[in-house]
Ligand binder design. Sequence first.
Ligand SMILES: [Zn+2]
Length: 244
Amino acid sequence: MTGRFRRDYRRSAAIFTPKSLAVVALLLAFVVTTPPAAADAVDCARVKCVALTFDDGPGPYTDRLLQILRDHAARATFFLIGDRVAADPAAARRIAEAGMEIGNHTWQHLDMTMLPPQDIAAEFRRATDALVAATGRRSVLARTGFGAVDDAVLAEAGRQGLAVVNWDVNTLDYRNDPAATRHLLSTQVRPNSVVLLHDTLAPTVDLMAELVPALTAEGYHLVTVSQMLGPRPPGSLYGSRDRA
Ligand SMILES: [Zn+2]
C-alpha cells in the first residue's frame, strides 16, 4: 500500500517539475493580467461603441463598479486623481488589472487655467509619477479638473506626451439626480460617444448596474477611449466641456 502510494506519488510528482510549475505560473499570470481579447478586437468603425469615462477616483465604490463592468465584459476609462492614487495605489492597480484604461486627472484637480506654468507642469507630472508607481503603466490620456483647458495647458500636456480628452455627453451625475442622469444617458448617447461619469458617486455606480447591461442590450460595445478613438496626438483636445 505504502509502496504503491509512493510510486504513484513519484509519478504524479514528475509532472510537477519546477519547470512545468513555472510554465503553469506564467500561463496563469498571462490569463490574469491579459484583458479580454474580444474587447481589443472591436472595430468601432463597424460596430456601435461607447466609451464610458469615470473621473475622480479611486474611491470607495470603484471596486463595485469594476465588478459590474467585469460581469458584462465591458471596458471603460478611469481618469484618476494623482493624490488619491498615491493614497491608495492598490486601488489604482486593481483598475489596471481589470483591463481598464487609466488616464491622468492631474495631481489635485485644480483649475489648470488659473495656475502659473510651473504648477501646470507639476500637476500633470506628479499624477503621472503616482500612476506609474501604482500600475507600472504610463497614461497617454489626460483630463483636467472641470475639463478646464487653454493653450498653455494643452502645450504642457503635449510636452508630457498626454492627449487631453473631455467628453461628448455630460451625464451631470454630480448633481445627484440619478433619474436625470439615466434620462441623459438613454437619450444622448450615440455611437462613439465619450461619456462623463464619476465613480466617486454611489448613485452613479448603482445606475451602472442597470445601464451597462442596457447599453449592451442595445448593441453597444463598451470600450476604452483609446480603443474607440485610436491613438491621439499629444497636446490635442477631444470633446467639449459642456453638456452634449
Ligand atoms: Zn474631475
